[in-house]
Design a protein around this ligand. Structure first.
Ligand code: I3P
Length: 126
């Protein structure tokens, strides 16, 4: 008989370091605190790690859950009002979490913006 796994394989679309700040949790405003994060983008979510070596380690630890953004129904937009930094975009999730992402390197932040926007556009809206 065929064995159909209920866990979809996690195909990584893009990964790398970006500056990240979570500015709201469930609609509640948070104090902005920028930090560098290793970001793993898959078809329907983004995961945040402290270092590039962590995703592989997390796979070996069944209980370990990185902070994660569900991209289903999420919005992505450039913002110049929410930071004094250049090249900042915001992601807002259905659950009311808000994140800012930034890089001084133009092509790098553009690549990320388009990769995430692509993922969002391919997903059902909820
Ligand atoms: C914040 C910190 C952030 C800054 C933020 C400040 O101060 O300097 O880097 O955001 O500006 O409030 P603190 O460390 O005391 O919390 P940007 O770098 O994105 O401008 P903001 O209040 O205008 O968001």
């Amino acid at each position: 008989a065929d064995i159909i796994s209920t866990q979809e394989p996690t195909v990584v679309a893009k990964e790398g370091y970006l500056l990240k700040a979570k500015i709201a949790d469930g609609g509640k405003k948070l104090r902005k605190n920028w930090s560098t994060s290793w970001i793993v983008l898959t078809a329907r979510k983004m995961e945040f790690y402290k270092e590039s070596k962590q995703p592989a380690m997390a796979n070996l630890k069944p209980g370990y859950k990185p902070e994660c953004v569900d991209l289903c129904g999420a919005r992505i937009e450039w913002t110049s009002e929410k930071s004094s930094r250049k090249n900042v975009f915001q992601i807002t999730t259905v659950s009311g979490n808000e994140f800012l992402f930034q890089s001084d390197i133009d092509f790098l932040i553009l690549d990320w913006f388009h990769a995430i926007k692509n993922a969002i556009d391919r997903l059902p809206k909820e």
